[in-house]
Design a protein around this ligand. Structure first.
Ligand code: ADP
Length: 200
């Protein structure tokens, strides 16, 4: 595994231990934001974010992977939540996942860009971070919300993800680590490129 670290005031040895098993890790910036490539269900973080749908009852993509890895208790807990509107977030336990918590958020379906998609996608990141902060969670990992089945263009979605997280940490610097977990090489390359631009 290749691990590239670029400074960082928050990081302890624990960081590298919980990232073992991921294929590549890059771009630690000054606020503990970094991008990793791999399967979000394997991460040993306080919370993984699930790109769920409004029912919160599971689906394909990362949602299916999280439910599969967390086990049936996650679905049971989700049933009690009664769904979640687009742009909002809900929290459950992580059950069989290494992550202690799952923050379920519902990204917008891309409909061309004039249906409030950008605001809703930003709201997903903000509401997830707000919920994590309220629960005193210190490390959180996001998938590339809405960029799979919901077809949000990758570059625009990545810009929103990075801007939302960066704005939040500027206002409330409560996290030790925020990971963008990319499943595909294309996503990983895009996050690396845009995170470097933020740092520059
Ligand atoms: P959405 O419906 O919000 O578009 P998807 O699950 O279809 O959600 O896709 C969101 C992103 O999650 C995509 O970039 C996809 O490649 C990624 N993804 C799928 N499985 C995993 C996984 N196990 N870990 C991390 N990311 C994943």
């Amino acid at each position: 595994m290749l691990v590239a670290k670029v400074g960082g005031r928050f990081h302890s040895l624990r960081t590298d231990i919980h990232l073992t098993g991921l294929r590549r890790v890059e771009n630690l910036n000054e606020r503990g934001i970094r991008v990793v490539r791999g399967d979000i269900t394997t991460l040993d973080v306080d919370a993984v974010v699930n790109a769920a749908n409004t029912t919160l009852l599971g689906g394909g993509g990362v949602d299916g992977a999280i439910h599969y890895a967390a086990g049936p208790e996650l679905l049971e807990e989700c049933r009690r939540l009664g769904g979640c509107p687009t742009g909002e977030a809900r929290v459950t336990r992580g059950h069989a996942l290494k992550a202690r918590w799952v923050i379920h958020t519902v990204g917008p379906i891309w409909k061309g860009g004039n249906r409030g998609e950008a605001k809703l996608l930003a709201a997903c990141y903000e509401s997830s971070l707000k919920l994590a902060a309220e629960h005193q969670l210190k490390s959180i990992a996001f998938p590339a919300i809405s960029t799979g089945a919901y077809a949000y263009p990758l570059k625009e979605a990545t810009e929103i993800a990075i801007a939302s997280v960066t704005n939040f940490t500027r206002q409330a610097d409560v996290f030790d680590e925020i990971l963008f977990c990319c499943y595909t090489g294309e996503d990983f390359a895009m996050y690396k490129k845009l995170l470097r631009a933020v740092k520059a």
